[in-house]
Design a protein around this ligand. Structure first.
Ligand SMILES: Nc1nc2c(ncn2[C@@H]2O[C@H](COP(=O)(O)OP(=O)(O)OP(=O)(O)O)[C@@H](O)[C@H]2O)c(=O)[nH]1
Length: 353
């Protein structure tokens, strides 16, 4: 290091000895003090240069990050925006540095007020704001879903205080998440549809045999657990083949649909009405005794005779059975089937228990 200022002080030998020895000593002290100051100044210059290089380094590093970042001083005025922030909002930092959020005219006024209040809280409590936010950004010409994060800080050693924040664009993840949610909903719906279809008879929209057997198992479990008993009625249309043969298969289908409506009408919501096979239908009646089930079956037989119910006259036979202790599903079905067979054998259009 060269201390040039000290050299400007005239050399002791070159000076005329006007004031004597004390004056020479003062000059010497002065030369030394000046030399020290000059060294200190040079050291400060070097430290300043190092600091501004460091500052430039951190600025460049923050400008390289793809996430919009900003910082505000203790007066809540912007001291830094990185390039990502400029790109995200389509603004130039030269226009906004030193300004408060209230002056950010690219944000709606209500948002600016909300941010100003939030910033003041963050600064006072050094707390964190962390919320999802939609910004309109020129990046994609539309709304971007983001995670807005900011935090107030204060450093006791240096005395600096302020607020730093970042805006993480999560639009991609959000779109993926929404797409996934939609797919899952569609899958659940499709699954529900398949399940319903697998338990429904297409022609009559009644429960099918599979659904009836599942309900029967459920009723067995409930009854064995001490709940109310149940009864069942098995119906079979009489000489149904003749309708098909005389009027065609479509006419037969219409009769099956008409009979389904009669069954629905005469059973309660808690009962199950199912198409058990071709022209065979079953009603599962929780809490109904054999006698009650017999009456219901009788009423259904009569209803089928009412004019206008079926486009072609038709009757049906019914077998009735009630759950008895020690029954199995197969045993109970056989009993009700036997009862139906008796109704057919003894003349049809009747109920047998
Ligand atoms: N239209 C139509 N006919 C069906 C359907 N399923 C079964 N069948 C017909 O139902 C008829 C049943 O005939 P059968 O078993 O002889 O019984 P039935 O003529 O009713 O005589 P009984 O039961 O003895 O009174 C057959 O002609 C089947 O083809 C269907 O979904 N639609």
């Amino acid at each position: 290091m060269t201390c040039v200022v000290a050299d400007l002080i005239p050399d002791r030998q070159a000076m005329p000895d006007v004031a004597g020895e004390p004056a020479r000593q003062d000059i010497q002290t002065l030369r030394e003090a000046l030399a020290r100051s000059q060294c200190e100044l040079q050291a400060s210059r070097l430290a300043l240069a190092r600091q501004s290089r460091e500052l430039a380094f951190y600025r460049a590093a923050l400008d390289t990050l793809p996430t919009p970042i900003f910082a505000k001083n203790s007066e809540l005025r912007f001291t830094f925006f990185n390039h990502a922030y400029e790109d995200f909002f389509g603004v130039s930092r030269d226009d906004y540095l030193g300004k408060s959020v209230m002056e950010l005219d690219y944000l709606p006024l209500d948002e600016r007020i909300a941010y100003q209040e939030e910033d003041a809280r963050m600064l006072a409590c050094q707390s964190v704001a962390n919320h999802e936010k939609i910004y309109s950004s020129p990046l994609d010409g539309g709304g971007r879903t983001t995670l807005y994060w900011s935090r107030g800080f204060s450093d006791d050693t240096t005395g600096v205080a302020g607020l730093v924040g970042m805006i993480v664009d999560i639009s991609g993840q959000k779109a993926l998440q929404d797409g996934l949610r939609e797919t899952v909903e569609q899958l659940v719906q499709a699954h529900e549809q398949v399940r319903t279809q697998s338990l429904t008879d297409e022609l009559t929209q009644l429960a099918n045999r599979r659904a009836a057997m599942l309900r029967l198992q459920g009723l067995f479990a409930l009854t064995e657990a001490g709940e109310l008993g149940f009864s069942l009625i098995l119906f079979d249309l009489d000489h149904f083949k003749r309708i098909n043969d005389s009027h065609g298969h479509d006419a037969g289908d219409t009769v099956l649909q008409a009979f389904s409506s009669v069954l629905r009408e005469h059973c309660r919501q808690s009962d199950m009405v199912a198409r058990f096979g071709g022209e065979e239908f079953i009603c599962l009646l929780p809490g109904a005794s054999l006698e009650t089930a017999g009456h219901i079956a009788q009423r259904i037989l009569q209803a089928l005779q009412r004019p206008g119910v079926s486009p072609w006259p038709v009757t049906c036979s019914a077998g009735v059975a009630a759950f008895a202790s020690g029954d199995t599903a197969a045993g109970l079905i056989k009993r009700v089937d036997d009862a139906l067979y008796r109704a057919k054998r003894t003349g049809r259009n009747r109920v047998c228990c």
